[in-house]
Ligand binder design. Structure first.
Ligand code: PAF
Length: 311
């Protein structure tokens, strides 16, 4: 980080978390003792609860609370070092515009969202040297405004490239101080597609059948579609030249179903609340990439259209 950075002048980092949902609340609560944390979002009840009472985090065996600053207007948030983007992927353009307004000239926007196209959409507004693409396997469920269940711990990966390496490493250190398991990597594409294989298979099927993740393994027809979606996505990723870290992606998807058996996927929660879903950034991108690379993706295309047609 340059010496003109507000981070260095203040001695602690100022982080804006964009998004008042489950992961936004979890990251805000864990970072709050280690940085000046602002949560910025459009959900009025969520922002009001955060301003009033901070975040309440339900762990397996206890509940704890963290004070954070929160606002629904970017003008109320000071210029910051980091903008951690945790909004739904259909809100990425607004988050990019807000981050561009409140990031320091040498600040960094970091996306940990589900989906394959958020990084490119942030870069279009903020610029490549100010965007880091990441992936998180932390599990969290929103229980109400400002209240989150930490459903499962998992690693977080942050992609590093030379134009922003020192700033990204400073943020990685901060996340580690806050207790997250974080890995800096030069190959974020592999992790991004690894998670996309999981999301492309589990999220639309749980949303269409309205079942928790574990129920996808209880029936031969469900297992067969789950595997078909995973295999198609793997074929697209490989055609793109992505090296997937999981040696057997179908087995990996099934293992995630077992490990998160009682979870209602984020897409199922969106459908149940009558909200838009992230289908375009997951299966929609896979279909588009398949077309571009000449890889057929009929199963992804059908679930993409089925989920788009809900409501
Ligand atoms: O989007 C989700 O819900 C999660 O990424 C996952 C891994 C499918 C677990 O529910």
């Amino acid at each position: 980080m340059k010496h003109t950075s507000p981070f260095c002048e203040r001695g602690s980092m100022r982080v804006i978390i964009l998004g008042t949902g489950a992961l936004g609340c979890l990251f805000a609560a864990r970072l709050a003792p280690h940085a000046e944390v602002w949560v910025l979002g459009t959900w009025r009840e969520g922002v009001a609860a955060l301003q009033r009472e901070g975040v309440r985090v339900h762990e397996a065996d206890h509940i704890w609370r963290a004070s954070v600053r929160a606002a629904d207007d970017p003008a109320a948030v000071p210029v910051s070092d980091i903008a951690l983007v945790l909004v739904k992927s259909y809100q990425t353009e607004r988050a990019a515009a807000w981050a561009a307004r409140r990031l320091a000239p040498d600040g960094l926007a970091v996306t940990l969202q589900n989906g394959l196209d958020n990084g490119a959409r942030l870069i279009a507004t903020i610029g490549e040297e100010r965007v880091a693409i990441g992936v998180t396997f932390e599990g969290a469920t929103l229980l109400g405004p400002g209240e989150v269940r930490h459903a499962g711990r998992g690693p977080t990966y942050i992609g590093i490239h030379p134009a922003m390496a020192s700033r990204a490493r400073a943020f990685v250190s901060l996340l580690r101080e806050a207790g997250f398991e974080v890995h800096a990597t030069r190959d974020i594409e592999g992790m991004l597609w690894d998670k996309a294989v999981v999301n492309a298979a589990i999220n639309p099927l749980t949303a269409l059948w309205r079942v928790p993740n574990g129920e996808l393994l209880t029936h031969a027809d469900r297992r067969s579609l789950l595997a078909a979606l995973a295999r198609e996505t793997v074929t697209v990723a490989r055609a793109r030249g992505v090296a997937l870290p999981s040696p057997d992606p179908v087995a990996h998807v099934k293992a995630v179903c077992r490990a998160t058996a009682s979870n209602r996927s984020s897409m199922l929660q969106d459908v149940e609340r009558g909200r838009p879903t992230e289908i375009d950034s997951i299966n929609g991108v896979i279909v588009a990439e398949g077309r571009r690379l000449g890889v057929p993706t009929p199963v992804n295309e059908v679930v993409w259209r089925l989920v788009r047609g809900i409501r």
